[in-house]
Design a protein around this ligand. Sequence first.
Ligand code: SF4
Length: 348
Amino acid sequence: MKLDDLPVEARVAGGGEPAVVEAIGQPVLSDYHRFVVAFSGGKDSQACFLHLVELGVPLDRIELWHHDVDGDGDSFMDWPSTRAYCRAFADAFKVSIYFSGKEGGFRREMLREGARTAPVWFETPSGRRRAGGEGGKEGTRLKFPQLSADLSIRWCSSYLKIDVASLALNNQERFLTGRTLFITGERAEESAARARYKPFEPHRCDNRDGVRRRRHIDHWRPVHSWPEEQVWSILERNRINPAPAYKLGWGRLSCMACIFGSDSQWASIAKIAPGRFREIADYETRFGKTIHRTRALGERIRDTAPYEMDEAVIAEAMSSEYRGPVVLPPDVPWRLPKGAFGESCGPV
Ligand code: SF4
């Protein structure tokens, strides 16, 4: 089916009831030329992609964008397997994936001392490009992002993801023609702050009324009203093998060493990646400031048990290659991973 043929009511694949796509506060999908899905590899971004596919959006109009928090360098905050898992997902569905990040990633931004923020790199259909980094004030961080809904304090989300996407959108001529729907997977159920997000609105890079460089970009959060159950249900219906972190017990695929991590998650990191745990704990000592408002990592794990984790899954999660299937073959039963409905520990 071509996108232009999409009816007002698009039939959900798999024999479900017709879903009204163009309800109030929803985009009219046939108005858009391309669909950019912000893709972490986690369940909510997968649900966004699968929802588009079930609504009949052609795969050649969809692209996945993965913002690499470690900026293409060695894994510091993120799971070593995430990059490869995201690529395997795109390959399995034969859909384009473009990676992007800040040069030097999380670590360089955290260690900024009297310096400007680094430029951003991003992949495009015609190769890798670079933008940003010239302007901006010189400044010093020398601390982890702090637990807050305020993105100037929790700077990792803005500097390593939101701003990276904006630079990639603003610096590609292709977004000056046709309409783009930018899709993210925040859900109201996750936090009071996220519940206040609008499901559909002009994107921050939209410039549809501009005199020069007009850009029509809308922002859609298609799973905003979905409970977690509905997210797992679309993964099950499409037989998606979730990312290894979920099978270890994590409730969301964030950075492995996410600043929002629970005590059990930090205890689990200390077990599966002791070098990484020590490195992060050493930075707490060097900065004289802990990730948690009051408790240092060493103290947080002292009396906390790690998750019970399978050795084979640990190896899969800690590898920079992903060999498992993304879509399970018919003879393999689909199971909810251990982390489902568990500790999500994400942005507030
Ligand atoms: S997953 Fe956690 S540490 Fe990583 S960018 Fe998001 S809030 Fe920051």
